[in-house]
Design a protein around this ligand. Structure first.
Ligand code: ADP
Length: 754
């Protein structure tokens, strides 16, 4: 049966070869080295794959090397018949090939080369690896042509580590199988155990099936035990599996630490040991082959590969074995990667992003700081400006003609009686309504002059309308600060409240006007005075001259004497008036209050008045109106001053009334207030003169003043005396119809003494 199977394999392989590989050396050149890698085992077996990878890598330069890889699959097929068929197959396959060197991995391949190599591929240098017993071949081969790498398991050092990690170890369970190589490994193990020289028991478990091995292990007490995994190829329907897969399946529940010597048993199976790698075997074998092409004499027959103290961290943890006990320079596999290692890429990209963000943030912060600093500086200078303006009581305005907006500061608003600029609500559209209608032209002119470069700045004094339409005088100063296309864009300036200055100016003007008026009055008074004095004086002097001549009769002399007396009286009145006004002004005029009969006083005044009318050759009626039914009306006041007031008014009335009548009298309008009146039918007083006639030296109509003379003192004295007597004086008048003077005096009525 087996024969038929092998034959079939051979036939299929042969047909496959003819179809897939018709011309071997067709593409090779003279310089290209053709290398055959002959692996004992199958493709997919880690050990063989690692060797193959290392060899292909070493000869990767396709211009110099061409590598043919063969897998003998001897773990599955290992009968001499199979190898013979394989030899026939290769014979056929490599019939036209020129192989320059052969690398063979593991004993089956080396044995095959020794048996069939020369006849199939010719006599070529051979480099071997994975050979457990190279010295056994010395007599079978030409050691000049065959060179290679020993697959030496350092079992002793692994046992030493084992006893160190498990000080109480009393039994080692050696797991092996029925493979051809196991006896070689077992011998090596026994030799090493002997060298260890420790009383440790040894139990051999040969695995035939996984169930059998599992059962055997379960029956063993795990305490102080260790497993040495030497070989575990269980033939599953003629196809052995990878040792690690087999081990992980069978031994996964095993509570005994497992030790081994191959890297392919790691991770998650063996605890560790002194490890060799298939890759190192392939690498060394390839290098030896390379050297063999040039000079094979200096190469030793066989070399040892590097070995490593390697341990599985997870398994160590499982058996709570202290990693401090591990030999120096060990390699710890299956180590839980630190968070950093696990998320290296993520962390690196996060850090990169963070760095970018950080630099953006730093840039932003420094920008913000810079801006803040500028803002602070600006704020400081703004504050300084604000403070300066506040100290100077000046408001600020800033007009942007392009954006059509007006900025004003708080002080500006305050100057117009508002708390904030918002309350004032001044805008580009409505600013005109805040300017006094008569001043709009002024400000427009000031702006135009500045715009036309005729003035250094806008400067004008205008009135602004503030809260409740209150007018505020302000001085405006401004300057065009920005120009675009020859047109002003921005104008900045200040306003200053000049109300008090304006008031002062007004006062000054009024004082000036008054001074001028007073000067004019003084001149007019002097002119009047000289006229008023000269007239009676001339009369006195003239009539006195006439009297002194003897050419007049007695009647004439009496008339002249009367005229002299009259002129003397006029002069005396004038002098009295002057004395009175000066006394009033210097507040030296004294009142002499007493009880007197008012009616009596008025009768006397009427008599004087009638005489005055007569002396002035007038035909006026002088009517005293007596409203009181009482025979005597006694009041308490200054009769002399009251008479003076009444006579002033009466003589004026007579003076300025050419014809008609004059009525005068009094009324007791209140208990302590008597009102007097003098009403004439004369020239009357113009509206504009009604007030000024009570001022000193002021007269009304100029033509009348010229005609009738006078000093302008009578009404001023009368008003002052009325005030002193506790009353007021006023006039009602209409031109050509007459005048009515009314005045009051405070005076309690006293019952007459019967
Ligand atoms: P005088 O009479 O010396 O001019 P007054 O002070 O007595 O000074 O009067 C001032 C002015 O008042 C007069 O010059 C006159 O123009 C006006 N006036 C006073 N009384 C009358 C009156 N009864 N009718 C018209 N004008 C009068």
């Amino acid at each position: 049966m087996n024969r038929i199977k092998s034959f079939l394999i051979f036939i299929i392989a042969t047909i496959g070869l003819w179809v897939s590989n018709p011309s071997f050396a067709a593409t090779s050149t003279e310089d290209t080295k053709e290398i055959l890698l002959l692996n004992s085992y199958h493709r997919g077996f880690k050990w063989s794959d690692d060797i193959t990878e290392a060899v292909l890598k070493t000869f990767r330069d396709s211009s110099k090397y061409r590598v043919f890889v063969e897998f003998m699959d001897s773990k599955r097929f290992q009968t001499p018949e199979y190898f013979n068929h394989l030899a026939l197959l290769y014979q056929l396959k490599y019939k036209r090939a020129k192989i320059d060197g052969i690398i063979c991995s593991d004993n089956n391949a080396l044995d095959f080369i020794i048996a069939h190599g020369d006849s199939i591929w010719g006599v070529t240098p051979v480099s071997f690896c994975g050979i457990n017993n190279p010295n056994d071949y010395i007599n079978k081969i030409d050691t000049n042509r065959f060179k290679g790498v020993e697959e030496k398991l350092n079992i002793l050092s692994t046992l030493q580590t084992m006893t160190k990690l498990q000080p109480n170890l009393d039994e080692i369970i050696v797991i092996g199988d029925n493979s051809l190589l196991f006896p070689i490994f077992l011998k090596q193990f026994n030799d090493a155990l002997l060298q260890l020289n420790k009383p440790i028991k040894q139990r051999l478990l040969i695995a035939t099936t996984n169930m059998q091995l599992r059962d055997s292990l379960e029956s063993i007490d795990s305490k102080n035990k260790a497993i040495y995994l030497l070989s575990l190829y269980i033939n599953r329907d003629g196809i052995p599996r990878e040792m690690i897969l087999e081990g992980q399946e069978i031994l996964n529940n095993c509570n005994i630490p497992i030790y081994g010597n191959w890297d392919f048993l790691m991770p998650n199976l063996v605890l560790g040991g002194t490890i060799i790698k298939g890759y190192d075997q392939g690498l060394l074998a390839a290098k030896i082959m390379k050297c063999q092409f040039w000079d094979s004499h200096n190469i030793p027959f066989h070399v040892l590969p590097p070995e490593y103290s390697a341990f599985d961290n997870e398994v160590l943890k499982k058996f709570s074995i202290n990693s401090n006990l591990l030999p120096p320079n060990h390699i710890l596999l299956n180590k839980a990667a630190s968070i950093f290692e696990r998320f290296k890429t993520e962390i690196a990209s996060t850090i990169a992003v963070l760095i970018v963000l950080l630099s953006i943030i730093i840039t932003l912060i420094s920008n913000i700081i810079q801006r803040k600093r500028t803002e602070v500086h600006l704020l400081e200078s703004e504050k300084r400006l604000e403070l300066a303006l506040e100290t100077a009581n000046q408001g600020l305005w800033d007009i942007n003609l392009e954006r059509k907006n007006i900025f004003i500061n708080r002080l500006f608003a305050n100057l117009l009686g508002y708390d904030t600029p918002k309350d004032l609500n001044l805008s580009f559209e409505n600013w005109v309504k805040y300017i006094h209608i008569n001043d709009i032209e002024h400000i427009a002119e000031a702006y135009t002059l500045h715009k036309q470069h005729k003035t250094e700045s806008i400067s004008c004094e205008i009135r602004l309308k503030g809260k409740n339409d209150q007018i505020t005088w302000v001085a405006i100063y401004g300057k065009i600060t920005q120009i675009l296309n020859n047109e002003p864009v921005r104008i900045i300036g200040t306003i200053l409240n000049i109300n008090s200055q304006k008031e002062f100016e007004l006062q000054l003007k009024s004082a000036k006007d008054k001074a001028e008026e007073s000067d004019r009055l003084k001149s007019s008074f002097l002119a009047n005075m000289s006229h008023e004095i000269r007239t009676p004086m001339n009369a006195i002097m003239g009539f006195a001259d006439l009297i002194s001549t003897n050419a007049i009769d007695e009647e004439e002399r009496d008339t002249y004497l009367k005229l002299i007396k009259g002129s003397g009286e006029t002069l005396l009145t004038l002098i009295n008036d002057i004395i009175d006004i000066s006394k009033i002004e210097s507040e030296q005029l004294q009142l002499h209050r007493q009880s007197f009969d008012l009616d009596q006083l008025l009768y006397n005044i009427q008599k004087i008045g009638l005489t005055f009318i007569k002396n002035n050759n007038k035909t006026l009626k002088l009517i005293l109106i007596k409203e009181s039914t009482k025979p005597h009306h006694i009041i308490y006041s200054d009769p002399y001053r009251l008479q003076q007031i009444l006579l002033n008014l009466l003589t004026n009335a007579i003076k300025f009334t050419p014809k008609g009548k004059i009525e005068f009298g009094y009324r007791q309008i209140k208990d302590n207030l008597v009102q007097f009146y003098v009403i004439d039918t004369g020239h009357g007083i113009a509206e504009e003169h009604k007030e000024i006639i009570f001022e000193r030296f002021r007269q009304g109509d100029e033509s009348l003043a010229k005609k009738y003379g006078g000093t302008g003192l009578g009404l001023a004295i009368s008003q002052s005396l009325v005030t002193m007597l506790g009353g007021t004086i006023r006039v009602e008048s209409e031109i050509s119809k007459g005048s009515s003077f009314f005045f009051t005096i405070a005076s309690p009525t006293i019952s007459p003494i019967q």
